[in-house]
Design a protein. Sequence first.
Length: 761
Amino acid sequence: MPEAADTDWPGVSPRADFLAGCRVLELSSRAAGAYAGRLLALLGAEVTRVDLPTAFDCRPDELAAVRSSMDEHKTTIRLRDAALAIGSCDVVISDCTKDDATGGTARAAVEALLAELPPNTHVVEIPAHGDDARPAGTSLTACAEGAMSWAIGDPGDRPLTLPFDIPDYLAGTEAAATAALALLTSVQRPGQRWSVAVSDVISNYVGQISSNFVAYERPWHRDGARATMSGGSYPAAMFQCEDGWVSVMCRTQVEWHGLVAALDRPEWLADERYRDARVVARHHADELDPIVTEWCRSLSRAEVFEAGRRHGFPVAPVLTVPEAMREEQLLHRAFFVKGPSGSLIPGSPYRVTDPAATERPARVPRLTPAADDRPLAGLRVLDLAWVWSGPMVTASLADLGAEVIKVESRARPDPSRMRGRAYRDGEPLAGPELEVTPYHNQMNRGKRSVEIDITTEEGAALVRRLAAECDVVVENMRPGVLARRGLDYAGLSKDHPALVMVSLSMLGQTGPLSGIRGYAVVMSGLAGLDSLIGYGPDRLIGTFNPALGDPNGAAHGLAVVLAALRRSLREGRGAWIDVSQVEALLSILQVPVHRAQVEGRVLPPANGHATWWPHGVYRCAGDDGWVALACRNDDERARLTSWCGSAQDELEATLERMLAALPPGRVVAELAVLRIPVAPVATYESMRAGGRDVFDLVSHRWLGEQPLFGIEWRQDGQRLRVERPAPLLGADTDAVLTGVLGMSANDVAGLRAAGIVGGAS
């Protein structure tokens, strides 16, 4: 591991100035509010933290170091001085308005402060659950209620949670984006009140990825260290080697045939059962997994990686957190910095390049919402992204009211259009091959589609003209791809310095490994996250079902887009922001990064917590019924002990016996009355049917009615509805080229005849 004492390490994380002059008051007792405040500080806001009692998933001896990392660039004040700060801030971030982990101490103080809040101040709350009738909650219970725990673990065994407060960090990132939106739209909408519930964020991420499962009649459930039914193409799993674990994912026939060659099993390709990776995933994974497992166990990670390179199938090591911190790419980018405590801490997940031009441009963002419109009405976004992370950013901007123009090509469509036909009653849907993919519909809801072949000079020139008429460009192609077409930030911002451009990639735009391709689980493996999720170090599960690298990267991307737009609107200065999704994952692993340096290793905590107990997932009566339950302090333990009729030293054993005889619904209802954090471990189906209002049913021409999960933030208790599905490929080509670029119908027809553009005329 790199030595923190090395004088080459930067002593402070770099800050942008997007939110310069904005004053944020942080009222946090959990990681959610603390991390939201950290991101806002890195984006340039003046963040003042009120010194409230806090509870992170770390040991008491770790708290000071982790707290100092989270509080970098913040000012901390005492509670008795907070009354002065509340009157001068622009936005308040609070994760303890409804509940806190300290027996109500923080909540009571926050209630008193908010009572003095000036009417034009924005407030962003981050409750664990959105249900006022059941306010007590933790990352554990939010992960369970959001249906993510259901799909992490071995079949039949306990569902696992995302450890180390990760659900809180995910919600904190979304809350930072919400605060940036409020600051961006302050003139039009003073005094906004938003709520970002942790369980809603988790449900949203589950809803997005489940469009690649449930719609194909692949169940969303625990399937060990692999994606359920391999996520559609065999394999998609973690395998143990002599010296650790690797992730192997074959998404194409060519990649699968490469793995077959590495295994020296040519007879498989002569057997119709095994020739097609999609058929293997659906019907034969259990047969072949032991063979792949035996092969991997006989090799080192480096040998399996070399086999992947030689035979052309994707494979990556599952690094431990100490190994991740030694990665040459992260060292090259100087991602870690020396924190106030002297140890290394994650730096900023953002690398910002300001525009070269200094004159105020002709086009700057113009927000034009009426009182009842969405907040980003008037904003125009160019979407050069594909698959998940980039499209998730632009879909969220569309949810907020922006006009999003997605550039596509029939010759090389967004791979999300090529995930295969959805299934109904065991049969694939009829319709055009590129229009019957629920995953694409989920990730591209509410956009416009323009079909342009950017591999031609004429097509690239059209995209440059479109960018000149847009306020934001989002892309997540491999570093260097757009530059070769003159579509990088330098090319697009030359005459448009107000342009905000975000480039999301696995490892960032610079560095020796920047060009490596990878999927979400490659990101989580390289970041060390997958080494933290399992029943133990020799029984890892990882994140093949949740695939957190993409939604986490997208949430970080959305936050910086909204912050950068504020400066662009006020000063006419845009920016190019490089977001490494591996660095964004390491940013939410604050405790593991610290522990790795102190102890040299970080073990999977399973469902445990550093200081709270009981804290776990318990079997209940019924078929695969479970509840997640936590006690954070002595008062909650006393109430739970009384409910169980048990002595406290026998509480865990009594709970196991007692809950096994009770249905989950009864356990949740009775313990919620006692204000003990508890939640059912929801399935995807029960999450959808639970009345929590986390999705909209939207009709698509070929898919029919499909649940679409839009942005999960709630303003004054109301969620922004998804009203339009993803567009058919090229459906808006003519309308955009004539309406936005002012081209004539004859001009467009000529481009179509030359094969430069497509789409129905």
